[in-house]
Design a binder for this molecule. Structure first.
Ligand code: KG4
Length: 339
């Protein structure tokens, strides 16, 4: 056996545990929380309680699926932040207890770093292509929209970031305006496939350099829908697919505009995408087109690694382990944490 890392992820509403062996995935178990469905968003109090119930069974399943025993684990890596504090506390406390009981190192992981390094998770019997350094990462999730230059597994530079809302928030908040349930992103994606993306146009921000802004789009979308509803109260139901397709195109245009600029400015053509919004089919398609046109070497994550999972935490733990970057039993989670 090689270096075996147990990863623990509990930053939001998914409880996950994963085991990797020298970068090869042995198991990745995720327990979703249905309890939030009727509330239109994640309820932090309920999330932490569900993590508390799930954590032990999830870790137990991950160890059994990997066919390893607690004493085979070399280190435990856990998400320290960013995320919901109550949720993070459950994973952090578990990881500390496990590390203490097994007398093994404890490794803290930034959840966003995990999303980016998900491209390095290897599978037995597969080709396992990895990006080479330096590469550009478009990190797009419910809480982040950033352009990052990855210089090595552990060294990075943020060259662009949102000055207000994140891309996922833009999807979710606009979806709410047209009556779609939370999280609206996946539904907007689904309906977009049946709509005309050029049916409507929305304002795009003029923000300097490589930064993003999505709050203006949200406001212009809200006014647009409100005005059209005054003229025709059935506007939303009659145009749902076209509205979604036009909204999605606008968000993708905004994201890609700066990302292309970032590639030109840095001269980096090794391109990756990460985070929840990287599941968007329109964005994936556009990236493929741009890659073809611009000679990019493109890495798109498997769908399973776009959402929160402990495999990405474990792989990041693997690289921190190799550098001896361990943390102490005094560590506490952080709800706000930048890369
Ligand atoms: O990374 P993530 O799972 O959670 C954090 O924010 O940490 O990202 C969740 C975000 C939500 O805003 C959700 O609407 C968005 O990712 N999302 C999508 C799609 N799938 C998830 N947005 C657009 N299209 C999708 N297919």
């Amino acid at each position: 056996m090689g270096r075996i890392i147990l990863g623990i992820e509990s930053s939001c509403d998914d409880t996950s545990a994963a085991v990797i062996n020298d970068g090869y995935i042995l198991s990745n178990i995720i327990a979703n929380q249905d309890v939030h469905k009727s509330y239109g968003g994640v309820v932090p109090e309920l999330a932490s309680r569900a993590h508390q119930s799930n954590i032990i069974p999830v870790v137990d399943k991950a160890l059994k699926a990997a066919n390893v025993k607690p004493e085979d684990i070399d280190a435990v890596a856990f998400t320290r932040g960013p995320g919901l504090l109550g949720s993070l506390l459950v994973g952090t406390s578990f990881a500390k207890g496990f590390a203490l009981a097994q007398n093994i190192p404890l490794i803290e992981i930034n959840h966003l770093h995990g999303h980016i390094l998900a491209h390095f998770i290897k599978k037995e019997g597969e080709e396992n292509k990895e990006p080479t350094f330096p590469f550009l990462a478009l990190l797009v999730s419910g809480g982040n929209s950033q352009i990052v230059v990855m210089k090595s597994h552990l060294e990075m530079e943020i060259i662009g970031t949102t000055i207000d809302d994140a891309a996922g928030e833009a999807f979710d908040k606009c979806a709410k305006v047209i009556g779609l349930p939370y999280p609206g992103g996946p539904l907007v994606d689904k309906y977009s496939k049946m709509g005309n993306e050029n049916a409507f146009t929305f304002n795009k921000p003029r923000i300097p350099e490589l930064n993003y802004s999505f709050s203006g789009l949200k406001t212009s979308f809200l006014y647009f829908v409100r005005d059209r509803m005054k003229e025709n109260p059935k506007f939303i139901e009659e145009n749902m697919y076209d509205i979604c397709a036009s909204l999605q195109k606008t968000i993708i245009d905004i994201l890609m505009d700066k990302f292309i600029k970032a590639s030109k400015q840095t001269g980096i053509k090794e391109i990756t995408i990460a985070g929840g919004v990287s599941a968007n089919s329109g964005l994936r398609e556009r990236l493929k087109q741009e890659a073809e046109k611009r000679g990019w070497n493109l890495f798109i994550p498997e769908f399973g690694y776009t959402t929160d999972n402990a495999a990405m935490i474990a792989i990041t733990g693997h690289y921190k382990y190799l550098k001896g970057e361990f943390t102490t039993q005094e560590v506490a989670p952080m709800a706000r944490m930048t890369l």
